[in-house]
Design a protein around this ligand. Structure first.
Ligand code: SF4
Ligand code: ZN
Ligand code: ZN
Length: 311
């Protein structure tokens, strides 16, 4: 196969578009689509400071490298955020690789240690705080990233969710009928109260192309799997999405566009008024409840550790 644009040997065949591309033209194709996604959803205005949430995995590091490539053209200032979640045989490696990438790109960054807040994700498992470790972990990450983004005067917080991640969440929302959750689920959410605007620039990028991008660009990412990842229900749904894609190339883009153009506006109009956020009475961070989940988890672990509560 040869590249559609230059006739050099192709490095990738993109089935849904029926094109083959060399390394150089694939990078151009990939980064252009991210730029178009940012423009389509008005994710970033020139001159803004973007906090990039970097876990050390392939998606978040790809996001960091693409935004870095686009930063001059789009006039962006970047700062990387990485949380050490305290997961044994996993977190240290991820943080180390994130750090290597920040240094390589000479970017400003902050590493946040969850242990400094008094607990780790391993504690949640050890003290049986919840069976839904990933659910709590997600809350912890959102809480810390939002707090740190505010402290660093960031305009937007960017995360590495790709097209497959996005569709999987939509599908999960349909299955459970969780329309309230979906009414907030969009590639960009505006800032409100103390919540910093969140953006997902890779939301129109299929996962397999992210893998290819890391290989071609030589991006080193954490290959280790989180020991709790077997708990995530996302795998089966993602496999189902890929199976449909195999039989109907390009259907992921149609699913995405149908949601954005037809479904999301209806759900958002119905539920947007019910989404008032108040502040946690303990920490002052945005919360739908009097005491936020982060504070409740932290207090419970502290009590167990100090022997005030026996688990
Ligand atoms: Fe957290 Fe679950 Fe991801 Fe592990 S797999 S980092 S526990 S969300
Ligand atoms: Zn080419
Ligand atoms: Zn709180």
């Amino acid at each position: 196969m040869i590249c559609k644009f230059c006739g050099k040997p192709a490095s990738i065949y993109i089935r849904y578009a029926n094109i083959a591309l060399c390394r150089e033209h694939f990078i151009q194709f990939f980064e252009k689509r991210v730029k178009r996604t940012i423009e389509r959803f008005k994710m970033i205005s020139p001159g803004e400071k973007i906090g990039v949430a970097v876990s050390g995995g392939k998606d978040s590091l790809t996001l960091l490298h693409v935004l870095y490539s686009l930063s001059k053209l789009m006039d962006l200032k970047l700062i990387g955020f990485t949380i050490n979640l305290g997961i044994r045989k996993y977190s240290e490696e991820c943080v180390k690789i994130a750090l290597e990438n920040f240094r390589k790109l000479k970017l400003e960054y902050r590493i946040i240690n969850l242990r400094d807040y008094g607990f780790t994700i391993d504690d949640i498992v050890q003290y049986k705080i919840s069976k839904r470790v990933c659910g709590i972990c997600g809350t912890v990450k959102r809480y810390i990233l939002n707090k740190v983004a505010r402290e660093e005067n960031v305009d937007r917080l960017a995360t590495g969710h790709n097209l497959d991640d996005f569709l999987q969440v939509i599908l999960q929302g349909y299955i459970h009928g969780d329309l309230k959750y979906l009414s907030k689920y969009f590639p960009v959410t505006p800032s409100r109260n103390k919540l910093i605007s969140r953006i997902k620039p890779l939301v129109f990028t299929p996962e397999e192309e992210i893998k290819k991008y890391t290989v071609i660009k030589g991006i080193n990412y954490c290959m280790k799997k989180c020991p709790y990842s077997f708990q995530a229900s996302s795998h089966t749904l993602k496999k189902a999405i890929l199976l449909i894609e195999e039989n109907h190339p390009g259907i992921r883009f149609s699913m995405f566009n149908t949601y954005i153009k037809k479904i999301y506006p209806l759900i958002n109009a119905k539920y947007s008024e019910e989404l008032e956020l108040s502040e946690c009475s303990r920490c002052g961070e945005p919360s739908g409840k009097n005491i936020c989940l982060f504070c409740r988890v932290k207090t419970r672990i502290k009590s167990i550790k100090s022997g005030t509560i026996i688990n």
